[in-house]
Design a binder for this molecule. Structure first.
Ligand code: DQA
Length: 145
């Protein structure tokens, strides 16, 4: 099985962006962690990061034929994008939503997620380990072990 790992806006800056909130690991570290986790569980990953809403939607659509599940950290689009939610609902693959920080301990505008209503699981506040947990969970679902 193949898992698409989607990272939204500003996550390309991981490692240097607000390290007190998001830690010092880079996006490359996240992608490697997700792929190592998937491989150990008998799956593969492909990773996409974009700062553009439409590109994220296109990548989600493409997953319909290339992937079996989606791990997504939509960044700030989490709190604004009905279009990304609709794309996830439209492809109908299992979805795990990840946030590095505990969004519920932060500003009110981060408390609502348009993604959560179409996600099978949500992992917040575990740092980049959230990606490992998300991939492990999806891999287990997809391989049935
Ligand atoms: C984030 C939380 C969002 O509120 C924020 O806009 C991000 C990152 C997280 O991973 O904690 O860009 O999704």
């Amino acid at each position: 099985p193949s898992i698409l790992v989607v990272n939204g806006p500003n996550l390309n800056l991981l490692g240097t962006r607000e390290p007190a909130v998001y830690g010092t690991a880079t996006l490359d570290d996240v992608v490697r962690l997700a792929d190592d986790t998937a491989q150990a569980a008998g799956c593969a990953t492909t990773a996409v990061q974009s700062n553009h809403e439409g590109e994220l939607i296109d990548a989600i659509h493409a997953a319909r034929t290339t992937s079996d599940g989606i791990v997504i950290n939509a960044g700030a689009f989490t709190h604004t994008s009905i279009a990304i939610r609709d794309a996830l609902a439209g492809v109908g693959l299992p979805v795990v939503e990840v946030h590095i920080s505990n969004v519920h301990r932060r500003e009110d505008f981060r408390h609502h997620s348009y993604i959560s209503g179409v996600a099978d699981a949500v992992i917040v506040g575990a740092g980049i380990d959230g990606y490992r947990l998300a991939v492990e969970h999806l891999a287990r679902r997809l391989t049935g072990v």
